[in-house]
Design a protein around this ligand. Structure first.
Ligand SMILES: O=P(O)(O)O[C@H]1O[C@H](CO)[C@@H](O)[C@H]1O
Ligand SMILES: O=c1cc[nH]c(=O)[nH]1
Length: 233
């Protein structure tokens, strides 16, 4: 096992879905995967491996925020040789034409996280999705008749922020705010792996419209199906 994941080396698939919420990982395993087996209960950060349409897929909770996701992604890559990492997360929209329950493909992720500034000595780095995964996910969404939004999201260190500059981010075409994608993309690049964030809009920061906690945990099937179909395409 690695420090935070209690699985044997061959118990995790080469493609892993990454929800922040470990109970969303459980829900995905129980409702979308066949023959899913739980490989991790350390810190209740559940991880499962099963199959989707015959292909082995894992789903691992990451927790909230860059430091927590970075622990799981580092260990999935370094200890379990994971190749494809697809975040299935929630986000808050900040554009008028992005609606609650819309699915966003994060082409890139701006951030106020210190992780990249520490890594690159204060120089800006542009965390970017893997184009192959992005293209496949977009094609899957089109085929399903979804109006996917594709663009830049903002990975925030603070969920509650007194000094938020949302208007500026909206002006610069950021679609939505979440808390992990910039770290996922940077770590995937470091280890030459493929990464993509597929996000469901759980709330609209401008209008105040929101979904329930239960919905965040157990619904959003469009997002999960886009991620799974892109993973096997
Ligand atoms: O629903 P998840 O995947 O956790 O994603 C979003 O929800 C959490 C905040 O409520 C943060 O982790 C944010 O990125
Ligand atoms: O990080 C997040 C996730 C959902 N909604 C937000 O406003 N922020």
């Amino acid at each position: 096992m690695s420090v935070h994941i209690g699985a044997k080396t061959d118990e995790i698939a080469e493609t892993v879905l990454l929800p922040g919420d470990p109970l969303r990982a459980k829900y995905i395993a129980e409702n979308f995967l066949e023959s899913a087996v739980c490989y991790n209960e350390v810190r209740n950060m559940f991880g499962y491996t099963g199959t989707y349409k015959g292909k082995r897929i894992s789903v691992q909770g990451t927790g909230m925020g860059v430091p927590s996701l970075a622990i799981y992604v580092n260990e999935l890559i370094s200890s379990y040789n994971v190749q494809n990492l697809i975040r299935v997360g929630t986000c808050g929209a900040i554009q008028k034409d992005v609606k609650v329950r819309d699915v966003i493909l994060a082409m890139s992720a701006s951030t106020d996280s210190q992780m990249n500034r520490l890594t690159f000595g204060g120089v800006d780095y542009a965390p970017t999705a893997n184009f192959d995964l992005l293209k496949k996910a977009y094609e899957v969404g089109e085929a399903k008749g979804l109006s996917l939004k594709v663009g830049n999201v903002f990975t925030a260190d603070m969920f509650y922020n007194d000094n938020s500059e949302l208007e500026k981010w909206a002006k610069y075409q950021i679609l939505a705010i979440e808390m992990e994608s910039a770290a996922l993309y940077t770590l995937a690049a470091k280890f030459n792996r493929k990464a993509l964030s597929v996000l469901t809009v759980s709330d609209h920061i401008l209008t105040g419209e929101e979904t329930t906690a239960e919905e965040r945990q157990t619904t959003f099937s469009d997002m999960v199906e886009v991620a799974l179909e892109a993973a096997i395409k």
